[in-house]
Design a protein around this ligand. Structure first.
Ligand SMILES: [Zn+2]
Length: 98
């Protein structure tokens, strides 16, 4: 099966894709479960999101900066393993195709 391309998404589009419990999970990860190599561990004060992507596997990739040291961080969230999310993501891709 051909994989769809990685596309950039915004906060509004992310909100449409995630169910309530997935939103909570997302917020929780952003708040204190992103690894920062400069801090040498999980970010203590969370991160500021700069960019978000829907990957070729329909996972969410977040790129941002650590609120403690300002270092660059990235975190993959494997929502694509959730079949509902995967299907929703494919519908979303179709809806923005043109
Ligand atoms: Zn840091």
């Amino acid at each position: 099966m051909k994989r769809p391309p990685e596309i950039q998404i915004n906060q509004f589009q992310l909100a449409l894709l995630l169910k309530d419990e997935q939103k909570k999970f997302f917020e929780m990860v952003i708040a204190d479960n992103v690894f920062c190599s400069q801090c040498g561990g999980s970010t203590k004060e969370g991160i500021t999101i700069n960019e978000m992507f829907l990957t070729d596997l329909n996972d969410i990739l977040v790129k941002g900066t650590c609120n403690t040291c300002n270092g660059k961080v990235a975190r993959m969230m494997e929502f694509g393993e959730d079949k509902d999310f995967y299907n929703k993501a494919m519908d979303f891709r179709n809806s923005i195709r043109n």
